[in-house]
Design a protein around this ligand. Structure first.
Ligand SMILES: Cc1ncc(C[n+]2csc(CCOP(=O)(O)OP(=O)(O)O)c2C)c(N)n1
Ligand SMILES: [Mg+2]
Length: 331
């Protein structure tokens, strides 16, 4: 069966995920779905919730513990675990799987076309730059950064991906990223930690260590937890914090209340952009700093060796219209 999974589901680490899940479940082909097996708690997209709520879809929940996760309250079957099928996969299921793979590939090509018509400086371009220029664990902030990866990135196979979700999802995102780096052993040597964010060129060869962690978060999310930069500096976390700055809460421009309002009212009540000197902020906390004016520049900065924590300020365009367009890329 096609495996559709959000970036932070844990499934990407193992590979085998079919990308562009939101476009797939929004497509005409998705009308043919008659059974969905759910593990974990999908949180990210309304199309997934709409699929699970369809009266003609049988929802099977795999959950070892009660109360089990039944998003739409309509599960017909709950099992503790899943077993690999015995024997060959029936032809019609193999055909179905191939159709979904083809749909996914088509969605990927259409997303490329849609992005090519834009400025190249959107959150989706930034997500793609991060995905291609890094290979270590990722921490993805609410709300648009994690959506940008879900909507626009073709592969995170083999990657550990973390994201705080829920109504307080922007709380403590910098601290989460530091915790992930420490937990995975991504910590600078003491001599490197004294020069945070500095290039490592010219140093003698060192033993292999845990790869740097890359966190991507919005401007409000960073501001909300700015004081955790002190934790990043104190621990010498091998951490790049990519600050995807779209001048405030971009997510709300894609939601009903943001769309219904005037630009002025939007900026006053929902955008609430903060006027922060991020270089001075990084310096104040003893964290390295870089600025990337284009996702290409960001990719180059991320690909170069570095030591200790860094804050990378990456301005992006809000491009609220793109999110719905990418969701419709497989129709
Ligand atoms: C503690 C807390 N308060 C409020 C929210 C609601 N919320 C979700 S996303 C968001 C704005 C995020 O803005 P930003 O970090 O700039 O990311 P963007 O959506 O612009 O990419 C807010 C306030 C939340 N998730 N957590
Ligand atoms: Mg923002």
């Amino acid at each position: 069966f096609p495996l559709l999974a959000e970036p932070a589901s844990g499934a990407w680490a193992l590979g085998g995920v079919t990308p562009f899940e939101q476009a797939i479940v929004s497509s005409d082909l998705a009308r043919q779905v008659d059974t969905v097996v759910v593990t974990g708690r999908p949180t990210l997209s309304r199309p997934i919730h709409a699929l699970l709520a369809r009266p003609d879809v049988r929802v099977v929940v795999a959950d070892p513990c009660a109360p089990w996760v039944d998003i739409s309250g309509n599960a017909t079957t709950v099992v503790a675990d899943l077993q690999a099928p015995e024997g060959p996969v029936p032809g019609r299921l193999a055909d179905w799987s191939m159709s979904v793979q083809a749909l996914s590939a088509g969605a990927g090509a259409r997303i490329d076309q849609l992005l090519a018509r834009e400025s190249g400086r959107t959150m989706i371009d930034l997500a793609r730059a991060v995905a291609s220029a890094t290979s270590g664990p990722l921490v993805l902030g609410a709300s648009n950064p994690v959506r940008a990866f879900d909507l626009g990135v073709a592969s995170l196979s083999g990657r550990l991906v973390y994201s705080n979700r829920g109504q307080a999802g922007i709380d403590g995102t910098v601290a989460t990223a530091v915790g992930v780096a420490l937990g995975l052993g991504a910590v600078a040597h003491p001599d490197e930690a004294s020069a945070p964010g500095s290039p490592r060129g010219g140093k003698a060869a060192e033993p292999a260590r845990a790869p740097r962690v890359t966190a991507v978060m919005g401007d409000l999310t960073l501001c909300h937890d700015a004081s955790s930069l002190a934790l990043a500096a104190a621990t010498g976390a091998q951490l790049d914090i990519v600050l995807a700055d779209d001048s405030g809460g971009g997510i709300f421009a894609t939601l009903e209340h943001g769309r219904a309002t005037t630009p002025e009212a939007y900026d006053r009540w929902f955008g609430v952009a903060q006027n922060v000197n991020y270089e001075a902020l990084a310096t104040a906390y003893g964290v390295g700093f870089a600025r990337a004016t284009h996702p290409r520049e960001l990719a180059a900065i991320l690909a170069a060796p570095a030591a200790g924590p860094r804050l990378i300020h990456a301005p992006v365009e809000r491009a609220a219209h793109l999110y719905a367009a990418l969701r419709g890329a497989a129709c």
